[in-house]
Design a protein around this ligand. Structure first.
Ligand SMILES: *[C@@H]1O[C@H](CO)[C@@H](O)[C@H](O)[C@H]1NC(C)=O
Ligand SMILES: *[C@@H]1O[C@H](CO)[C@@H](O)[C@H](O)[C@H]1NC(C)=O
Length: 159
């Protein structure tokens, strides 16, 4: 004969099992969803260019960042963190990556947008490599799910 305590315990175990199963399914369905976000960043203006006293180059730009991140959102998405990086090569490093802007997209309704902004973080080279330097703009994204693993990727944002 089962005691009441035993049944309550079994019920709890059952509930936890179901919950774990739902979480597993939620993150699984996220993995099946292969998102197709897009982004385009235009450099509208180079505002100024300066050499710091220590010799490092700094540049200020005005950007038009437009993105459609709607496909990153599922019912299991809490929010999406994005950052825009300038990537370029120098004799010292094959990849220099400098974050110029970032943002948190709280919901699907806000995930298709464009903004006109100057770089939020300073674009400073560790040296004097920026003048007439070719650089790529890359939009990186991190999807923070309600349950399951965070996942991240990046895309080329050059027009
Ligand atoms: C920025 O880009 C978007 C999408 O390409 C465009 O609709 C918008 O007019 C642009 N804004 C500015 C200020 O250039
Ligand atoms: C910039 O992008 C081009 C084309 O994808 C690539 O060939 C080049 O290596 C990239 N440069 C840097 C510094 O990442």
């Amino acid at each position: 004969m089962h005691s009441f305590g035993y049944r309550a315990n079994a019920l709890l175990t059952f509930a936890i099992t179901i919950l774990a199963l739902m979480c597993a399914m939620a993150s699984l369905s996220d993995n099946l969803n292969s998102p197709t976000p897009s982004a385009e960043v235009l450099v509208l203006n180079i505002n100024w260019f300066q050499k710091q006293p220590n010799g490092n180059d700094e540049v200020s730009m005005t950007l038009n960042i437009s993105a459609d991140l709607q496909s990153l959102f599922t019912w299991n998405t809490k929010q999406v963190f994005v950052f825009l990086a300038a990537e370029y090569e120098t004799p010292k490093n094959s990849l220099n990556q400098i974050s110029l802007w970032d943002g948190i997209i709280p919901s699907k309704e806000h995930s298709k947008f464009w903004i006109h902004t100057s770089n939020k973080y300073r674009f400073i080279d560790q040296g004097s490599n920026l003048r007439s330097k070719e650089f790529n703009l890359t939009l990186h994204w991190h999807v923070m799910p309600k349950t399951g693993k965070m996942f991240a990727d990046k895309m080329d944002a050059d027009p």
